[in-house]
Design a protein around this ligand. Structure first.
Ligand code: RIB
Ligand code: CA
Length: 317
């Protein structure tokens, strides 16, 4: 895998459903000169797309750069391809960012560019990173498969699980569960997909004590993360929180943190506990699936580039 540098950054487009762990992942990406974040598209998932879009605007405002970051924002997907829209407000809160203060959602999204146009505007092929349901990419594949072939050289997805327990049902991971048909469409397209699922993300945790230490230094992130820690304590008895999406960005920065297996998979399209279950099937679609992770460098990147005063509010404090 390419090891990026500030002199030769990787062009990326990120599709995301911010979302508390998405927020950390976006801040890491936007604070990493080894990545050239060309565009961000917003999806439903952790919260409704109107909240997620508002949250993304707020996150961009918070990024401490020489000047506030100007990244084209677009819309990926408002709802699943055919399933009923269900969001994760128990996990990320009604706003999608826990207890963090955010303005009211107000942008009329009808006039915001779709992911298809964001990709078409790219002068060179990009790495597409999807941090939410697969619906955004599936919609572009259905509408314009040639565009994906021309503009997406690599797809890195936080989605699915093979051996690890699910987090939406006992078998299924949330992003896959939201829209199993979309994930099946993406896998069938056999674009170069690297799946980063719960088998590895469950091992990347921010501790409750580390979140508490943010209270002084970064109250906004502290308010977002303490909601997420409360959820993990209630749901999984964990003193901390699994920061799934951060791993997908950290992997781009330091590819050696993950080890992949070449597998053939199918996605369960039925309902009940196995809805969205990604499982091994020799007749299934090919994907590279991360099965081993080395967490310390991922945590180090997060602490150095995001949690150590990477927000504008500290710059003004
Ligand atoms: O299952 C974890 C995934 O679902 C993460 O992307 C999280 O943000 C939620 O979207
Ligand atoms: Ca997400």
């Amino acid at each position: 895998m390419p090891v990026p540098s500030p002199q030769s950054p990787i062009p990326v487009v990120i599709d995301t459903d911010p979302g508390i762990d998405d927020c950390l992942a976006l801040l890491l990406a936007l604070n990493s000169p080894e990545l050239d974040v060309r565009a961000i598209s917003i999806s439903y998932g952790n919260t409704v797309v109107e909240n997620a879009y508002r949250n993304a605007v707020e996150i961009l405002r918070k990024v401490k750069q020489p000047v506030p970051v100007r990244v084209p924002l677009g819309i990926g997907a408002r709802r699943p391809l055919k399933r009923q829209l269900q969001v994760a407000d128990d996990t990320h809160g009604p706003s999608g960012l826990g207890y963090a203060e955010v303005p009211p959602a107000g942008v009329i999204l009808d006039y915001v560019r779709p992911l298809e146009r964001l990709l078409a505007a790219q002068r060179e092929p990009v790495t597409l990173v999807t941090l939410g349901p697969a619906t955004s990419l599936a919609r572009v594949l259905r509408a314009n498969p040639g565009l994906v072939r021309d503009k997406v050289s690599r797809h890195v997805a936080m989605i699915g699980n093979i051996e690890a327990a699910g987090n939406q049902t006992r078998f299924s991971e949330f992003n896959a569960w939201c829209d199993p048909e979309a994930l099946a469409t993406v896998l069938a397209a056999e674009i170069p997909t690297e799946m980063i699922g719960l088998d590895v993300t469950r091992k990347v945790v921010i501790k409750g004590s580390e979140v508490e230490r943010l209270a002084q230094q970064s109250p906004w992130l502290h308010d977002a993360l303490r909601f997420y820690v409360e959820f993990h304590k209630k749901r999984e008895g964990l003193d901390g929180a699994v920061i799934n999406d951060v791993l997908a960005i950290a992997y781009l920065l330091q590819p050696e943190v993950l080890t992949f297996s070449d597998l053939r998979l199918t996605v369960d399209l039925d309902d009940g506990q196995s809805r969205g279950r990604t499982k091994l099937n020799p007749k299934g679609s090919f994907a590279r699936v991360a099965m081993e992770v080395h967490p310390p460098p991922v945590r180090r990147l997060l602490f150095e580039r995001v949690l150590a005063g990477a927000l504008v509010e500290e710059a003004m404090a």
